[in-house]
Write a protein that binds this ligand. Structure first.
Ligand code: ARG
Ligand code: ASP
Length: 717
């Protein structure tokens, strides 16, 4: 009997654990309330306080917001930091030249003296976070919407100002739950962060855009940095006198590897999700916004690809632009596919019926919530044409062509220029010189001209005439492609680096006038002006109204789910997500394992294809099975998947095991689960991590930089 009951308990427990969805990006201060019990049932051996505490050192002290949109983690008591290769990409590129091509060959500082400084790169440690809703809403209850907004903005400013004790800190107040609550985040910002090591792109970007967002994956997507501080361990600008930062906490690294069902925690800075959208919004996304953006970028990528294939110099110049253009382009496609497969619209509709049934139980609730869904329907119908125009302008005019990205940075306002102090003028000039230099470094005129013509034609063809200035339409009707280029593009100062730099050197009111009259700049300004008054303004106004409704809808959902754990959408603040190591079944008859190995890299090896050109030394290590203590019997693990809810910004996040040890670095998601920003499917959504043993193997065996491991704490038992 006793045995039977135990067995039954086991079965029940298993069912319970097995049924647990791994959806959610949770607030670290609320783990105790919502998550820790479940986490421990899933295998986690530590406490909520071990993850986040302000009274003693905790994991949060070893996790940083890296740059503007990635995560990094500390792995030594000398400030050593791990993140992704694609997160350090622009730093690695900025130190690269034809003689020292670190993108191609990799980079390894042999001592601290050789580490490379990165002006502008910052890492943020979360000092503390707290719910400040009461202060934000204080005194705003009886105000009308517009006044309410500005009163809240004032409150927020005050809270931030008070929290930012001095310039070592940054303080931001951010809305969660669609503005139903507000949190204050105080960061300590370290400004001297140096590049320590990076594998060659053939490893760090192995598989390139072909394998991006896909499993099975074989990318060694990591790079190493070091955080520096002044003599008191405090933030400081770069100085040769700075010393390695001593973190309050760093992650020990596990060499034990992973097994299916193992608990995994991802601790990082997820950027944006939209899990509480109404069906009308999801419909617009699937039917119009994503398809529009995909169409525009497909055209651009086709041109870039053919130009890059024809000329190795262009390939280098456009590598990073291609990667960033294609990254979202590919994800949007996966997103539509995943949402369709989930019948996302049906699910949203069903949820909305539940919502209606819920509020109809009382008059007060009906009064509060009955207007929301009809309002969404009306507002999203109104938004539809503006959404198209908005996406076309932002994809084509504001980030489509190199030349207009440059145009956007040049000064046009004579009044503002003459009002600026001499010092401010000098500063601006210097900034512009740098911008111009950076632009021309990666600019190939023939390529950009092709993109320019193709995208202008698309803008004209696909947008309703009412969304385009008359002059632009006539211009495009009047001239065939070649003539258009001659009349506008090639007549522009912006195609000539020396003339443009000379203009900036003598920048004054007259030179600004010259810029205003430049045919490309003038056309850009015309489009921009038209956009701001005829598209952006109504688009923003409708969205403001949508935001208001979304706030009410969210409040309703929270009330309806009262007592249940609910997580707010990602907003680039520190979150805890957890799940377990597992593969998945992407299609009928197909089963994906949870891990890949070096064998797969050798299988993909193809010197003819840029994305799959395996470095000889890696081939040799494979042939010799020289995996050191990092291998798993005769296999060298490379990447693995888990069912953890992650998104953009989680790149570089530590993957942590049940004991709080580092087992991998998060860098991507699987194709079938890319809709997780809108709707999470526990069956199909998997995050991808590079196995920490592959990272160590590469540092030690491939790069011969094993001395870096001496500062780390490796755990084998
Ligand atoms: N998909 C990953 C993310 O969103 C990796 C992107 C970088 N890699 C690339 N091939 N573009 O950041
Ligand atoms: N690759 C993404 C990033 O850079 C992560 C993801 O979207 O899953 O943050």
């Amino acid at each position: 009997m006793g045995k039977f009951r135990l067995l039954l308990l086991g079965v029940l427990l298993h069912v319970f654990v097995g049924a647990m969805a791994n959806e959610g990006m949770w607030i670290p201060t609320l783990l105790k309330k919502y998550n820790i019990e479940e986490m421990q049932q899933m295998g986690f051996r530590l406490s909520a306080d071990d993850v986040y505490s302000i009274n003693h050192n905790s994991m949060k002290d070893a996790v940083v917001l890296f740059g503007r949109g990635c995560t990094g983690e500390l792995v030594s008591n000398q400030g050593l930091l791990l993140t992704n290769h694609h997160c350090g990409y622009s730093q690695i590129q900025s130190h690269s030249s034809l003689e020292n091509d670190y993108l191609t060959d990799g980079f390894w500082a042999k001592s601290k003296d050789e580490e490379l400084s990165n002006p502008g790169l910052e890492v943020r440690f979360l000092d503390r976070m707290e719910d400040v809703s009461a202060q934000v809403f204080a005194g705003t209850d009886s105000l009308k919407e517009a006044e309410k907004q500005s009163a809240m903005a004032e409150n927020i400013q005050l809270i931030e100002k008070e929290a930012k004790i001095d310039d070592r800190f940054d303080a931001v107040v951010k809305p969660i739950f669609k503005g139903n609550q507000y949190f204050l985040y105080v960061y300590k910002v370290y400004r001297d962060v140096r590049l320590v090591g990076a594998p060659p792109s053939a490893i760090g970007k192995f598989g390139g855009d072909t394998d991006n967002w896909m499993w099975p994956r074989h990318t060694g997507d990591f790079s190493i940095f070091r955080v520096y501080a002044d003599k008191n361990n405090e933030p400081a600008d770069y100085s040769p006198d700075n010393v390695p930062y001593t973190p309050k906490k760093f992650f020990p690294i596990s060499l034990k590897g992973v097994q299916p069902e193992d608990f995994v925690l991802i601790f990082g800075f997820p950027g944006t999700t939209n899990e509480y959208l109404p069906s009308d919004a999801v419909e617009l996304l699937m039917q119009q916004s994503n398809p529009d953006r995909i169409k525009i970028r497909s055209r651009k990528l086709d041109i870039l690809r053919s130009q890059m294939e024809a000329d190795p110099k262009v390939r280098i110049q456009y590598a990073s632009k291609y990667a960033s253009t294609s990254n979202s382009w590919k994800r949007w496609q996966g997103e539509i596919r995943g949402l369709k497969r989930m019948n996302a619209l049906d699910m949203k509709h069903r949820f909305e019926r539940d919502f209606e049934n819920w509020y109809q139980q009382s008059e007060a609730l009906t009064h509060r919530y009955a207007g929301v869904l009809p309002a969404f329907e009306k507002l999203y119908t109104e938004l539809r044409p503006y959404d198209r125009a908005y996406n076309y302008y932002s994809e084509i005019v504001f980030r489509g062509t190199d030349i207009w990205t440059l145009a956007n940075q040049l000064p046009r306002n004579k009044g503002a220029w003459s009002a600026a102090s001499a010092e401010a003028q000098q500063k601006l000039k210097q900034k512009l010189r740098t911008a111009i230099k950076n632009h021309f470094k990666n600019y190939h005129q023939a390529t950009d001209e092709q993109v320019f013509v193709a995208l202008m034609r698309m803008l004209k063809a696909d947008l309703d005439a009412s969304f385009l200035p008359e002059s632009f339409r006539t211009l495009l009707e009047k001239y065939p492609d070649e003539k258009l280029l001659k009349k506008v593009y090639r007549k522009s100062l912006l195609t000539d680096q020396s003339k443009l730099t000379a203009l900036i050197d003598q920048l004054d009111g007259k030179q600004i006038e010259r810029l205003q009259k430049d045919p490309l700049v003038a056309l850009y300004d015309q489009l921009r002006g038209y956009f701001l008054s005829n598209i952006e303004r109504p688009y923003r106004e409708i969205n403001l109204e949508i935001g208001k409704q979304q706030k009410t809808y969210m409040a309703g959902i929270m009330a309806m789910k009262e007592g249940q754990a609910l997580y707010p959408d990602a907003n680039l603040t520190l979150r805890v997500a957890y799940g377990k190591v597992e593969g998945y079944k992407p299609a009928d008859g197909v089963v994906y394992k949870h891990y890949t190995t070096l064998k797969g890299i050798i299988e993909k090896d193809n010197p003819e294809i840029y994305d799959y050109d395996v470095p000889q030394h890696l081939r040799d290590l494979y042939d010799a099975k020289d995996f050191g203590r990092y291998g798993d019997d005769d296999r060298m693990p490379v990447a693995f998947t888990a069912s953890v809810h992650t998104t953009g910004g989680n790149s570089g996040s530590p993957a942590i095991n049940a004991n709080g040890e580092l087992i991998g670095i998060n860098f991507d998601r699987c194709w079938e689960g890319t809709m997780s920003d809108i709707m999470f499917d526990p069956d199909q959504c998997r995050n991808i991590m590079v196995d920490i043993r592959y990272v160590l193997f590469l540092i030690d065996k491939f790069a011969g930089a094993g001395y870096l491991l001496d500062e780390m704490k490796l755990v084998t038992e």
